[in-house]
Design a protein around this ligand. Structure first.
Ligand SMILES: [Zn+2]
Length: 113
């Protein structure tokens, strides 16, 4: 299993922002604009650049991992792994690893650690 930093690096290097957005369900039009998930957007105001995004409506900005973390509700480390998995990038976690359930799904009401 790679260090999480390594996963971040691989994700940022290997997954174009548009591809990451698509994985997150944020579809860009031909102009590279998408509906912004950070605010109630009706006209695409989220611009997808090669390695980051920027919203002209609410000024949200960040990279692929930030977007994935927001959309999935996962912590950045898990969001990066989620992107890597979806994009078919090896993060050192083999498919069979049993304890790889996203943190968000493990949370149950009344179960705090
Ligand atoms: Zn926005």
């Amino acid at each position: 299993m790679y260090l999480i930093k390594e996963v971040f690096r691989r994700v940022r290097e290997s997954i174009p922002m548009r591809e990451a957005a698509r994985i997150c369900g944020v579809e860009a039009n031909r102009a590279g604009m998408a509906l912004c998930p950070f605010h109630d957007d009706h006209n695409p105001s989220l611009r997808l650049y090669d390695d980051h995004y920027y919203c002209f409506g609410c000024h949200a900005h960040g990279d692929a991992v930030d977007l994935a973390a927001f959309v999935t509700g996962l912590r950045p480390g898990l969001a990066a792994k989620f992107l890597a998995r979806e994009a078919g990038i090896d993060t050192g976690d083999s498919q069979g690893a049993a304890s790889r359930r996203p943190e968000a799904q493990r949370k149950e009401p009344g179960t705090t650690k």
